[in-house]
Write a protein that binds this ligand. Structure first.
Ligand code: NAP
Length: 287
């Protein structure tokens, strides 16, 4: 890493908690690989300190910021401009500071789309089953609908899936269904699906023996994405592979969201492989 000087540009991430974030490792590895005079720092910011932290971005001329839980929604009214997709989704994870003008965007969901496309899966016209209706599922549902997929959203709490489908129906006119996450509904939804996305936290450490989908419902015609990245190979992905399905793990989405933010801050294409390698290393250090 090059030494920090008076000219070094500062980026960072705000959230609470923040100590397990892999973003500092990914971005600092990328700056270093491209010889850019940037550095990336983690900032733990409590809910009540968010307005002060955003004022600080302007005051300290921090050039780029990632925003994570619990601030992705609360940060929106504190910014000067919002990219249309972030506004539609109602969540911001990236801020660019141009001479004190702060623009919020969302690279989480575009990162997911990029991860799909990098495996040559184009959502247009596809039937996609999304499990979950939380923060991550919402962004993924919007980006997939934007790309022209028809969707079935299954969630344990049906009211949240219905609310999401209703919100999306204001913008998109293809098939958008909401259902309770049950074995019966999974059976009918997966029978006709091209892609399955797990956007629940089921299967994440420490509950690594859990899976949201019984293995008998997986088949070789499906592409299965699990956005859980710890562990890297979830039980769902392991069983999908065994059933002959194509699989996409959660780390690619995480690295792509970082790569898209990196491009906004630096104007340079991110070195994806280097960022992924740094993320894998950081993930191993967590275990
Ligand atoms: P969230 O807003 O808290 O939503 C959690 C979702 O999981 C909800 O739909 C919830 O259903 C469902 N869920 C939780 N426990 C469940 C259970 N036992 N059975 C069935 N459903 C259950 O969380 P989030 O921010 O969306 O994150 C979800 C997961 O995605 C986390 O594991 C997170 O680490 C991962 N993630 C990955 C990336 C990436 O870049 N790869 C990015 C963001 C998030 P209810 O509505 O019924 O509670």
């Amino acid at each position: 890493m090059s030494p920090i000087t008076g000219r070094t540009k500062i980026c960072g991430i705000i959230g609470d908690p923040i100590e397990h974030s892999m973003s500092p490792a990914m971005h600092n590895a990328a700056f270093s690989a491209l010889g850019l005079d940037y550095t990336y720092l983690p900032f733990r910011v409590r809910r009540e300190e968010l307005p002060g932290a955003i004022a600080g971005v302007r005051a300290l001329n921090i050039v780029g910021l990632n925003v994570t839980i619990p601030h992705k929604v609360a940060v929106m009214p504190l910014l000067d401009r919002l990219e249309p997709l972030a506004e539609k989704m109602g969540a911001v994870n990236t801020i660019v500071n141009e001479d004190g003008v702060l623009t919020g965007s969302n690279t989480d969901a575009p990162g997911f789309l990029q991860a799909l496309r990098s495996q040559n899966i184009e959502p247009e016209g596809k039937k996609i089953v999304i499990l979950g209706a939380g923060g991550a599922a919402k962004g993924i549902a919007f980006i997939l609908a934007e790309a022209g997929a028809s969707l079935v959203i299954l969630n344990r709490t049906i009211s949240k899936a219905e609310e999401l489908a209703a919100q999306m129906a204001r913008y998109y006119h293809q098939d958008l269904k909401a259902m309770t996450l049950s074995e019966e509904n999974l059976t009918s939804a997966l029978d006709r699906a091209d892609v399955l996305v797990n956007a629940t936290s089921v299967g994440m450490v420490p509950d690594v023996d859990r899976t949201p989908v019984p293995s008998r419902l997986l088949n070789p015609k499906l592409a299965v994405c699990d956005i859980v990245y710890n562990p890297l190979e979830t039980r769902l992905l392991r069983e999908a592979k065994a059933a002959g399905a194509r699989t996409i793990d959660g780390l690619d989405m995480l690295v792509w969201q970082g790569a898209l933010a990196f491009k906004q801050w630096t104007g340079r294409e991110a070195p994806f492989a280097i960022m992924k390698q740094a993320a894998v290393k950081a993930l191993k250090n967590e275990d």
